[in-house]
Design a protein around this ligand. Structure first.
Ligand code: NAP
Length: 450
């Protein structure tokens, strides 16, 4: 497996659980720690979803599975070199970057991709702290572009500010959020409420935050033949709109110390500012009777010092592996990597790099199982023959020759213990170690003690 997020670990589980073909699985990750987006993507205040880490940890402890962290394919070894060491590779390295918004000003200081903001608040070792903390310092108003679940995560984290001590966020993240003067968080959806990508459970959470009022303009919920048809056919969309209607018509919902404003039919035209973000020029959209989204020509400026662009993740090409640049995925047939129009043997994909950045964590289980079924079918048909060249020593020797400091499961145990101890010292259940140096120090001190 290349990637130790949910897809890689679920694929490892599916492979080791079957008994027809004996397998040993190495799970590589470019980061020193396992669990991918469960550690570095799921919002830290979503404690139950983050709890999936316990399940992934149990699966990773399987004796037939070996974790090799801090190993970057494409840097420490090439795709070709890896392929020579093992019988089959399943690429599960996700979608590491952000989609572009494509408007002028999107790279101004103070305009941040949600992927970077999320990496920062989760304590990702490669997160750039400066640009985020700098923008937060003066952010009285923030605009979050997009109305998916990540936009809700970002909006909620901004609105909760100092009330996140119960999470495992790093200390510097808590301090920066606590000191952030934000009073207004605008979430922009370019289409109708019925078209929003978020899910109802996550939407409802916004309405339950202490000291936070959610505002929705009743005009955005006006009947329209196109959206009425969506609501009749899509129960999830209808549930979302019920929640939004409740907020739009609540007579008691006045201004609060912090206000989240969900604005639909609103598309960003330009991020404004001389040398840093000062606002967003937006344009009102409308749906034609045919369902086409058009501009009304009505424009307005939303004053803001922080813009978070939450318009989706995007997969990144890996040298030596085919890539569909238009979709940001590796081309495949039922999980089998397609090279030059033909499916290859021994190379597979699962998760976001296979299907794009969609679905919840559980979606990756079924997706990984489909890929493993394909791999096993290739073995059963005789097309893919396990060879005795696959032995675990080869890969370890190669990495040792290149002086790669491989992180093992014992190293993760040490990091885990250090994070719990650090949290405990501050009355918290865990505090994430946010830099490679801190992660390495946790491992070294553990080795000295042990
Ligand atoms: P997403 O669900 O695809 O949402 C992207 C949002 O960006 C949509 O509202 C989309 O609007 C909008 N957008 C795209 N291009 C735009 C543009 N040029 N201008 C304005 N708006 C634009 O992506 P995501 O929020 O990053 O989430 C990724 C996946 O992770 C999703 O499957 C999500 O459900 C999942 N996730 C789940 C949880 C959870 O379960 N709690 C938490 C976080 C993420 P249009 O529809 O108009 O394109």
């Amino acid at each position: 497996m290349v990637g130790s997020g949910p897809s890689g670990i679920y694929a490892a589980e599916a492979l080791t659980r079957q008994t027809d073909v004996p397998v040993e699985v190495d799970v590589l990750d470019r980061l020193p720690t396992p669990f991918g987006l469960v550690r570095y993507g799921v919002a830290p205040d979503h404690l139950s979803i983050r709890g999936i880490r316990e399940t992934l940890w149990r699966l990773l402890r399987n004796p037939a599975v070996r974790f090799l962290g801090n190993v970057e394919l494409g840097t420490d070894l090439t795709v070709d070199e890896l392929r020579r060491q093992v019988d089959a590779v399943i690429y599960t390295f996700g979608a590491a970057t952000a989609r572009r918004l494509g408007v002028p000003g999107e790279d101004l200081p103070g305009s941040i991709a949600a992927t970077d903001f999320v990496a920062w608040y989760c304590g990702h070792p490669d997160a750039a702290r400066g640009p985020v903390e700098d923008a937060l310092r003066s952010a009285r108003a923030a605009v979050v572009v997009g109305v998916g679940n990540v936009a809700l995560d970002v909006g909620r984290v901004l609105a909760r500010g100092g009330a996140l001590d119960h999470t495992d966020m790093p200390e510097h993240v808590l301090s920066a959020l606590d000191a952030c003067p934000v009073r207004d968080v605008h979430l922009l959806g370019r289409r109708a409420p019925a078209h929003a990508a978020f899910t109802t459970k996550e939407l409802r959470e916004l309405g339950k935050l202490d000291g936070v009022a959610v505002h929705v303009d009743p005009a955005d919920l006006a009947p329209h033949p196109v959206t009425d048809a969506v609501l009749a056919a899509d129960r999830a969309a209808a549930r979302n709109v019920d929640v939004l209607r409740g907020w739009a018509t609540d007579p008691d919902r006045g201004e609060s110390p912090i206000n989240v404003r969900l604005r639909f039919f609103t598309r960003p035209v330009e991020v404004l500012g001389a040398d840093r973000v000062e606002g967003v020029l937006v344009e009102r959209t409308a749906l034609t009777p045919d369902g086409e989204l058009v501009s009304t020509g009505e424009r307005a400026v939303i004053e803001a010092q922080l813009v978070v662009r939450s318009v989706g993740y995007r997969g990144v090409a890996l040298p030596g592996l085919p890539f569909d640049a238009s979709r940001g995925v590796v081309p495949h047939e039922r999980g089998r990597v397609v090279r030059d129009g033909a499916a290859t043997l021994g190379e597979y994909v699962a998760g976001w790099i296979k299907r794009g950045p969609t679905g919840v964590i559980g979606t990756n289980k079924a997706d990984a199982h489909e890929t493993v079924d394909t791999l096993l079918a290739d073995v059963a048909s005789g097309a893919l023959r396990p060879s005795d060249r696959a032995h675990r020593g080869g890969l370890a020797d190669l990495l040792a020759d290149r002086h790669v400091r491989v992180f093992t499961l014992d190293d993760w145990r040490a990091i885990d213990a250090a994070e719990i101890a650090l949290g405990d010292s501050r009355g918290r259940s865990r505090t994430t170690l946010a830099t490679r140096d801190e992660l390495l120090a946790a491992v070294s001190s553990h080795q000295r003690i042990g």
